[in-house]
Design a protein around this ligand. Structure first.
Ligand code: 3PG
Length: 308
């Protein structure tokens, strides 16, 4: 029986990416199974029941899904954040979890700067706005996306700052980025802050009233990371007080209706997370995921494993 590789994507890859994934899978002698735009969890539960490997995006692989996936040996999140996968349940079921770090980073970074321009040009409403050039941008977590934001921001002639407790200050300075020692320092120094922290127990609700209050006049917060890192109630309180502040996000908050009603002209959310929604990012991340699956099944390579 051939090895079955499932692509389970609620938000589908570009067609070219699926073609590329199919080529990698079939060249290895494996079989591709496709589940796109599913609307019921039941469809996912049925699809995972007899596959050996899965490629997913932000699709939820909780304990119920992982328990239903009786033959599953590996699931690869074609992207960076794997907060959508229950790692403990995967480990308990002997399933290897991987991500594809860096593969969609340029796409997300381009959108972050695009959203910054959109904010300072008053959401393209025809009125006089301002420019990014000469301003300070703070990168909150300097991973693959953060580094790409720094590269592009330098092209806008911005002064780039970063806070990342896991990234050595000397290495940041070598890249022409000013390292600061705390989030408070970053938010105090920069008119623009671009968020790139993962959603973890420690980061959840960490972008709160107290931190936002440090930001200078006409501040803009750009979120292409996760909605969970924002304390939504405190964001409302802050925006009510600070009428100079703008929030642009690629991850629709739970209180989107309230934000839209209260902060017209200062708040924008994409309708669906689209940072990594480019043909290039889909091809890079999707094909990397397929290659990692083939290498894991044929050679046992666990290089990008993220669970124990
Ligand atoms: C990621 O973690 O890689 C990004 O948030 C992109 O997510 P997506 O593949 O669901 O668009």
């Amino acid at each position: 029986m051939s090895v079955k590789v499932l692509i389970a994507t609620d938000k589908p890859f570009a067609a070219e990416a699926v073609t590329g994934i199919r080529e990698v899978v079939e060249q290895a002698g494996f079989e591709l199974v496709l589940l796109e735009k599913y609307t019921e969890k039941k469809q996912l539960l049925d699809a995972v029941a007899n596959v050996d490997a899965a490629i997913i995006r932000s699709d939820i692989f909780d304990k119920e899904v992982l328990d239903a996936a009786r033959d599953l040996k590996i699931v690869v999140r074609a992207g960076a954040g794997y907060d959508n996968i229950d790692l403990d349940a995967a480990t308990a079921n002997g399933i290897c979890v991987m991500n594809t770090p860096g593969q969609n980073a340029n796409a997300v970074a381009e959108l972050a700067l695009g959203m910054a321009v959109y904010a300072v040009r008053n959401f393209y409403n025809g009125t006089s706005g301002s420019e990014l050039g000469g301003k300070k941008i703070g990168i909150h977590a300097y991973g693959n996306v953060g580094r790409n934001v720094a590269r592009i921001a330098k092209g806008f002639n911005m002064e780039v700052y970063a806070y990342d407790p896991f990234f050595p200050a000397e290495a940041l300075e070598k890249e022409g980025v000013k390292a600061v020692g705390s989030a408070e320092e970053l938010y105090s120094a920069c008119q623009f802050v671009s968020l790139h922290i993962p959603a973890t127990a420690e980061t959840k609700n960490s972008i709160n009233y107290s931190l936002l209050s440090k930001m200078p006049k006409k501040a803009v917060l750009i979120n292409t990371a996760r909605k969970e890192v924002i304390d939504e109630a405190e964001m409302v309180k802050f925006m009510e007080e600070r009428t100079d502040f703008k929030y642009v996000t690629d991850i629709m908050p739970s209180n989107h209706a309230e934000m839209t009603e209260k902060f017209a002209g200062r708040y924008f959310s994409t309708p669906k997370k689209m940072g990594a929604q480019t043909a290039e990012a889909n091809i890079n991340a999707g094909i990397a995921a397929a290659k990692q699956i083939v290498d894991f099944i044929k050679n046992g390579n666990e290089k990008f494993r993220v669970n124990k």
